[in-house]
Design a protein around this ligand. Structure first.
Ligand SMILES: [Zn+2]
Length: 406
């Protein structure tokens, strides 16, 4: 995959085209001969791909490099206006947008107020408009080269968007989302692709966050579980460096696992006793309100736990314990290198400590031996990093598909 963490060290399994872009942008290779040597593939293969990338406007070739006994090679470089992608992570009341260049480097990031409840057309139109605005001043400077012509504007090559609900990645449609009125069955991918004229990928927000965490972690990991514990609970699984979506895209949906401690509490899914009903931010809000405390959002919970209010801290700790119990089964089964804890609740030490102690207590020693259990390190940017890398990989897998028309 092209989703390697460091552009200078592309994963061996990444498509040749992605690795060419990464090597050239990192300055590791500056000629076709360098590339053939670095990649260990036939010069004719390299030449074919380089020509594609030049035709597509991603690379250019000029000047003359140093001779190593023969004709002086022409120098390759990433075109300053060679392109960028737009990554979007849509939450309930806001969207985080980011521009990323084709080497996977994050450029400008912006959070904009967008209401999911306004329906898909309003929300997606706002994302396109804000995205274009975000790219206008910054894309040239984020495009890996500092010698961009003033005012140079890089081309939009692709869009990836994470949505807070179940997504059919094959059709790019939202499937029976719980908190996205008007979105059920809406063709998000086609709607955006028609208007933007570039490839569009749509995925679940936690899947993209899991990709972002996995590939941003400073040490190379092969298998990881990322949990987002906020108002709701979601998780994503990366196995052997690839996102595992499952047969129907529901992989990682631990929130509706039945736990005995939840008894018969009704859940948003229509069943009883789901993990979500006792371990989510929304569940903590409900329990605190039942105790007569004035809290309405998960942010209130986080703030009051930060002030070490005993009633709040107790519930936060219990939520971590319940989540940890369910995670034990997952971690024993998957045997990951790392568990990344994200979402608002994971900013609270008592929550993280509870999850961690449950995992150490409930998992086989061989499973926890080298297991990293850590707070998500990329913070709120994880979703757009994952989205951006996914679509960059998609775009570079077929540069011929976005040949510059002018
Ligand atoms: Zn449920």
């Amino acid at each position: 995959m092209a989703l390697d963490p460091a552009p200078a060290e592309p994963a061996a399994e990444a498509p040749v085209t992605s690795r060419i872009v990464a090597l050239v942008s990192a300055g590791v290779a500056s000629s076709r001969a360098d590339l053939a040597r670095e990649l260990g593939v036939a010069p004719s293969t390299v030449s074919g791909r380089v020509t594609e990338l030049i035709d597509a406007g991603v690379l250019d070739e000029g000047g003359a490099g140093e001779s190593r006994g023969g004709r002086r090679p022409r120098l390759l470089r990433l075109r300053p206006d060679g392109g960028h992608v737009l990554a979007a992570d849509l939450g309930g009341t806001h969207a985080r947008l980011a521009v990323m260049d084709l080497t996977g480097r994050l450029g400008a990031v912006r959070e904009v107020p967008i209401e999911v409840a306004d329906g898909p057309e309003a929300a997606l139109a706002a994302i396109l408009e804000e995205g274009a605005d975000l790219a206008a001043p910054s894309a040239a400077s984020s495009a890996a080269s500092s010698d961009a012509a003033p005012g140079a504007r890089s081309a939009l090559r692709g869009i990836a968007i994470g949505l807070p609900g179940p997504v059919d990645v094959v059709t790019g449609r939202v499937e029976s989302p719980a908190r996205m009125p008007g979105w059920n069955g809406f063709a998000v991918r086609d709607w955006l692709a028609e208007r933007a004229g570039v490839p569009v990928l749509v995925d679940n927000d936690v899947n993209l966050m899991a990709l972002g965490e996995h590939f941003s972690y400073p040490r190379r990991v092969e298998h990881s579980v990322t949990v987002k514990a906020g108002s709701g609970i979601g998780s994503g699984l990366i196995a052997s460096g690839r996102l595992h979506r499952g047969a129907t895209g529901a992989a990682g949906d631990i929130t509706h696992s039945r736990v005995s401690a939840a008894g018969e509490i009704p859940c948003s899914c229509g069943k009883l006793g789901c993990l979500e009903t006792i371990a989510s931010g929304a569940a903590i809000v409900r329990q605190l309100r039942a105790q007569g405390l004035d809290v309405t959002t998960t942010a209130d919970v986080v703030r009051r736990a930060g002030d070490a209010e005993p009633a709040v801290t107790t519930l936060v700790r219990e939520a971590g314990r319940h989540l940890g119990e369910v995670l034990c089964t997952v971690v024993n089964f998957v045997n990951p290198d790392a568990v990344f804890l994200g979402g608002a609740l994971s900013t609270l030490e008592p929550f993280v400590a509870s999850v961690r102690s449950q995992l150490y207590e409930g998992c086989h020693p061989l499973v926890t031996k080298n297991l990293v259990i850590t707070r998500a390190t990329t913070g709120p940017e994880a979703g757009v990093i994952g989205a951006g890398r996914l679509v960059v990989q998609h775009v570079l897998a077929d540069p011929g598909a976005f040949l510059l028309r002018d």
